[in-house]
Design a protein around this ligand. Structure first.
Ligand SMILES: Cc1cc2nc3c(=O)[nH]c(=O)nc-3n(C[C@H](O)[C@H](O)[C@H](O)COP(=O)(O)OP(=O)(O)OC[C@H]3O[C@@H](n4cnc5c(N)ncnc54)[C@H](O)[C@@H]3O)c2cc1C
Length: 288
């Protein structure tokens, strides 16, 4: 078991790791890429940069610094956070355990623009299979997505719901889905229903009756991951206090995923604070 798992290797995640590793705690960063910095051509408003750096250069320097201090880093996609006598962090390949977790996954979340998607949220549209599968016992549900995150959500639903259909919205599935999951690759134009979602309307005019749809498009975002363990989110942001603590003891969040100013300086501050608070939490845990 690791002391601290940090999800995300952007400025917030790396900054948190610098504190936890230097306090002597075994620290693992799990990340799938360099996050927002991959898109930033030129950073010149961050402290200490005598020359502008590209986002990728800055991100690589941060990761190198963390690794040189002893932080372990794996390149994997996280699909879930749970609790089993400690935190469990599931990726598409492994399950890791730790005493504390810091979510530093940035702000991006892929939600397709489909009519009715937002208006049926909470009334048939869900973003968390582990949280809501129970409400759809023996019912016919669909998962919207085509990759590993969608596969993970479908696996959570199997055995609880009546049937699972994968809706790829025109994309080809890029992972192997179990035979029990029927695959529908038609382009979607609308989610329909009255008080509650009841159908999916496709571009060719055909319809599918459904009781619920679980959105698992692209990669799990910070709010998706937070919700899976019961952390409070609002407008796709993870809710934290001044110590970057969520409502779940031992679970912290930092950087763009908490909202506010989406800048490197703010992510670095929040990462440092989350790291420091995670250290306090683990020290208390080890005393018990
Ligand atoms: C085009 C552009 C230009 C910008 N220019 C500037 C600028 O000039 N100055 C400035 O201060 N800021 C700038 N920013 C903003 C800055 O990049 C962000 O504020 C900062 O990177 C946020 O850091 P973060 O650590 O919170 O998130 P990110 O840097 O986005 O890092 C998120 C991390 O989480 C990982 N992750 C996400 N989901 C998963 C998952 N499911 N599994 C595993 N890993 C996951 C990603 O791989 C990544 O490592 C710019 C952003 C953009 C897009």
């Amino acid at each position: 078991m690791k002391d601290v798992i940090i999800i995300g290797s952007g400025p917030a995640g790396v900054s948190a790791a610098l504190y936890t590793v230097r306090a002597g705690f075994e620290t693992l960063i799990i990340s799938k890429d360099f996050g927002s910095l991959e898109k930033a051509e030129r950073i010149e408003n961050y402290y200490g940069l005598s020359q502008p750096l590209s986002g990728v250069e800055l991100a690589k320097a941060g990761v190198k610094q963390a690794q040189s201090l002893g932080v372990e880093l794996v390149n994997e996609e996280v699909v879930g956070i749970g609790w089993e006598d400690g935190f469990t962090v599931s990726t598409t390949q492994n399950v890791y355990t730790s005493g504390s977790v810091i979510i530093a996954t940035g702000s991006s979340r892929t939600v397709p623009k489909i009519e009715g998607l937002q208006s049926f949220e909470g009334r048939g549209i869900s973003y968390c299979a582990v949280c809501d599968a129970f409400f759809y016992r023996n019912k016919n549900v669909a998962v919207l997505g085509s990759g590993d995150y969608a596969l993970h959500e479908a696996a959570e639903l199997k055995g609880i719901v009546g049937s699972v259909t994968l809706l790829t919205n025109g994309a080809e599935p890029y992972t192997k889905f179990p035979d029990e999951v029927s695959i529908n690759t038609k382009k979607i134009v609308k989610f329909g229903g009255d008080d509650k979602l009841s159908s999916v309307v496709f571009a060719d005019g055909s319809e599918l009756s459904v009781d619920g749809i679980f959105i698992a498009y692209g990669v799990a975002g910070s709010a998706d991951l937070a919700k899976k363990i019961g952390a409070i989110t609002e407008n796709n942001k993870v809710i934290v206090d001044n110590n970057m603590a969520t409502n779940i003891p031992g679970l912290f969040a930092a950087g763009d995923c908490t909202g506010g100013m989406l800048q490197v300086a703010k992510a670095v501050y929040e990462g440092a604070m989350a790291g420091a608070q995670s250290i306090k939490y683990i020290r208390e845990l080890k005393k018990k």
